[in-house]
Design a protein around this ligand. Structure first.
Ligand code: SF4
Ligand code: SF4
Length: 165
């Protein structure tokens, strides 16, 4: 029905409005400027920010939460710069990710990334030791980066208390 799309009232949109980042979801008028601006959309026909917002507005909760799409946004904020309605798709997708994560729908690649950082303190520890240590040595900087492990322990304690030492 005309008008309905611009003033949606899906339960999912209402739910998202209450999550930090999702407040402006109902301001979206589906103009598509975000998709036209988005570099990820330019490279992949699997990612369309306007379409993803439309699915939220129409209440396709399960499909959106189980989808990889909200995780493909690289938060460059180009779309936010151009959106005439004051909507930040990136913020909206962050809010979607929060709900998805709470319900156990984190894509495996993201889980592996977090697990690796929490285990090693680095995403690519080998690359670090091979290249950066030498550079730090050349510059006369501390090579033994124990502070990194300490930092990880702080992060674990604060944000992932369930993760074992
Ligand atoms: S540019 Fe803004 S109003 Fe237009 S579709 Fe994207 S989020 Fe919605
Ligand atoms: S913030 Fe996300 S949706 Fe917006 S242009 Fe950048 S990658 Fe695309």
């Amino acid at each position: 029905m005309e008008g309905e799309l611009h003033h949606p009232s899906s339960d999912f949109a209402k739910e998202l409005e209450k999550v930090p980042g999702g407040e402006a979801i109902k301001k979206c008028v589906q103009c598509g400027i975000c998709t036209a601006t988005c570099m990820v959309a330019r490279e992949s026909d699997k990612y369309r920010p306007r379409q993803l917002i439309q699915k939220i507005l129409l209440g396709e909760r399960e499909e959106v939460l189980k989808s990889l799409q909200p995780w493909l946004c690289m938060s460059c904020m180009m779309c936010e710069e151009r959106c005439q309605e004051g909507v930040s798709p990136s913020d909206i997708f962050h809010a979607v990710r929060r709900i998805a994560a709470k319900e156990g729908h984190v894509p495996s690649a993201y889980k592996q990334t977090v697990e690796t950082v929490l285990k090693d303190g680095w995403l690519l520890e080998d690359s670090y030791s091979d290249f950066i240590e030498d550079d730090r040595d050349d510059l006369g900087l501390e090579m033994n980066l124990k502070w990194n492990k300490k930092f990880v322990e702080h992060v674990k304690k604060k944000y992932f208390p369930e993760v074992e030492e």
